[in-house]
Design a protein around this ligand. Sequence first.
Ligand code: MTE
Ligand code: MOS
Length: 765
Amino acid sequence: MNGQVHTAQRHDSALKHVTGQALYIDDIPEPPGTLHAALVLSPIASGRLRRLDLSQAATAPGVAGVFAAGDIPGHNNIAGPGKHEPLFAEDEVEFAGQPLAVVVADTLDAARAAAERAVIDIEPTEAILDIATALAKQAYVQPPSTILRGDPDAALKAAPHRLSAEFSVGGQEHFYLEGQIAFVLPGEDGDLVVHSSTQHPTEVQHVCAEILGCDFNRVTTVVRRLGGGFGGKESNASWVAGAAALAAAKTGRPVKLRLPREIDMVATGKRHGFDYRYTVGFDEQGRVLALDAVLAADAGWSLDMTPGVLARALTHVDNAYWIPHVRATGYGCRTNRQSNTAFRGFGGPQGVVVMEDAIDRIAHHLGRDANQIRALNFYAAGRDETPYGQKVEENHLARCWAEVKQSSDVERRRAEIDAFNRTHPILKRGLGLFPLKFGISFNLPHMNQAGALVHVYTDGSIRLNHGGTEMGQGLFVKVAQVVAEVFKVDLDRIRPSATSTAEVPNTSPTAASTGSDLNGWAAWEAANTIKQRMIVFAAEHFGAAPGDIEFADGTVRIAKPGSNQVVGFGELARLCWLGRVSLSATGFYKTPKIHWDAAAMRGRPFFYFSFGAAAVEVAIDTLTGESRVLRADLVQDCGASLNPAIDLGQIEGAFVQGQGWLTCEELWWDNEGRLRTVGPSTYKIPGSRDVPAIFNVTMLENAPSREATIFRSKAVGEPPLLLATAIWTALKDAIAAVGDHKTAVRLDAPATPERVLAAIATLKK
Ligand code: MTE
Ligand code: MOS
């Protein structure tokens, strides 16, 4: 049998991906009459919309319609019922790039040309363009929230040592290869089928219905695959679909809206940039006694996912470390910029950097080795409760740490690097280690649920559907492996099918790395329901006991005493059908044990933690500020991996994406608040040359999850992105070598050549 769980299987679309045969939404054949859409965007970051004259756009060649806020039959709201974020600006314009209207025409060129003819009159008002200004004006998208344990003020006062620091990290563009797109096909009575490149088909359904003022049952979202999402298609796909649905409903014709790269970058939200300020108290040994931290996130113009991102940042401030007294306060700063959103790690990466920075400073302060101080502060027996009240169970920190230190030969290389730095005045090398602890589950307990729908046909082929979306991460093959395992059939008997709100309703987004945890169990439930029916039928049909029916190798054995009959899985399916047994079932799963008090910021938000460790070596050129990652050694806990081939790819990809965030990907807005990095020429994502020359990735062996996760596996989508924090630590180490490691270095991210040079300059003063 081929394809059971815990085996390395290629992505179900791997060959189609590399031969160009995978169908993305823009590849779906267009029915006659299809219209193409283009957006009209605000050129101004903040102002009052005095007049929007679309008459010249409406009369441009090929144009079939122009629609703005006033044309929306339902609610001009993309945030879901009960909240308010407009699809198209009404009176106020809140960022440069905000959608004002949509134009549809016979061709894409005609639509885009017509959109240019919109006459926009905005009276500018004072814009808030950075976190510091928002903090000063107390401009927030939500009230500040705090995680508090113990008495940090008293503990800081009493601590033998204390130090304070500030730094910041930038945001990050998702740069999915397939831009945002929706293709809406109107049916009878105003029903709509919405093909959307979304991580959240149900939200697309809800937002389209909200905009059109119709029942949810009129809208069916269909998602076969995304050309990458990375969190950027969790909420942003919904408004893109909503704009297309509006035009389709108004014209009665199919409408496709695909954002070109520069519009996509200007109009959609990104990873939140953060400013930090903290004070840490510690003893002679470097034991952390207290932390008081302020995390200020650039939320952009609207709420979007900021509550969740901030909550995850605050619940990851501790990272791997036991801190007896903690105050961590998060501010969601309202700025006149794109509304920042989910991005792989979802605030976790922006949380863990605080303690990583603090420990480097503590080490410098005490003249000790930072990595010893890291290990000294790890969660351990008796020191195992997080500041928000969840116990750190099944703690693999020490093990991951020991493995990465050993495999990367840290001690020897530390000495080598120091020797290199003594003899090389221009090039400097640095080493950075990072321990990982990442919580798995959505912080909102109700989101941790999933459904599946499995059909067995009479030839024994199986159709699999579930609420998760495939964005390249390999969810479909993993869930198919689960079903193959239940029925003991070959993987190629199972056909994953497009996610659809008509097949599995009321779904959660595919996010928070929970896709295979949730949908794997839901599919297991569905498949097992059918299997049990088949067992009962087979026992009766063959005159055996249910316990005598065994599924193995694509067959079913009736192992009753005295006979040993074997039928093919398909043959039994056919017999079941003749016997009028249902071969279709739904499955449902909800994550156990989790609870969260969002007001008190306490509870058990995570079903379990995923662990890991990284050791990274970098080199910098102190004349140009350029840097290279020379070597990275990673250990990642995947539990009992469902598919080691997929997980390896996820670890490598996540790490390099984190590398981009911390080193080369810089978002740049001009003084008017207009984003000017709008494509690959100005916004640098890592290329193949940037991948560490030596890149050793291992999965923690013999570490099945102790919790009842699907076949004891663990989530992998996001945690390894945080391992890239070791690059930032290594860069600080290389820079500190310029000053003979006498002082700690402030290095804001992304650590572009300019920032590296600026950090070096402060040491030379
Ligand atoms: N991998 C690929 N190839 N493409 C993606 O868009 N998204 C990441 C991660 N890995 C992504 C990816 C993000 S942000 C998440 S939350 C998870 O995949 C979601 O999928 P999972 O829950 O099935 O792991
Ligand atoms: Mo991932 S940021 O949770 O989509």
